[in-house]
Design a protein around this ligand. Structure first.
Ligand code: CA
Ligand code: CA
Length: 141
């Protein structure tokens, strides 16, 4: 009859290549499961992070090897479009011609990826005096 004693044969560790990334990720020293330890922001500018992984056995002397973990952020639609102003007030003469341009509004969206940062405009019709004119604007950082 044989009896096996199951022990953890390896020990995992992880350290960032950039000192400021300390604590961004954690690794379970036994299972090797890597988890986020803080939130990330694609719009903050850094979207690529590198960490050095090390795994060591429990030998005496211990033997170990390393690999690189590269974390790449993808943009998500986490920013709302916003107008430059909360209220736009426009005054026009009563004889303003039909089709006359009476002003311009502008909105931006901080999301970098075009499909999340591209804004379109719509005017809710509260009166049939004006017609809706759709325009488009693109905002890229
Ligand atoms: Ca957005
Ligand atoms: Ca975003």
């Amino acid at each position: 009859m044989f009896t096996y004693l199951l022990t953890c044969a390896d020990r995992y560790s992880l350290e960032p290549e950039v000192a400021g990334d300390d604590g961004a990720l954690t690794i379970d020293h036994v299972t090797g499961v890597v988890s986020t330890n803080r939130s990330f922001d694609y719009e903050a500018g850094r979207n690529d992070f590198r960490f050095r992984l090390t795994v060591a056995d429990l030998g005496d002397p211990a033997r170990s090897t390393t690999a690189t973990l590269r974390l790449t952020l993808e943009d998500s639609n986490d920013n709302l479009p916003r107008f430059e102003r909360r209220v736009y007030h426009v005054t026009v003469p009563e004889d303003v011609p039909v089709g006359a341009s009476i002003g311009r509004v502008n909105a931006t969206d901080d999301d970098v990826t075009p499909r999340f940062g591209h804004v379109t405009y719509a005017l809710s019709v509260l009166s049939d005096t004006f017609k809706v004119c759709l325009t488009q604007s693109f905002h890229y950082l």
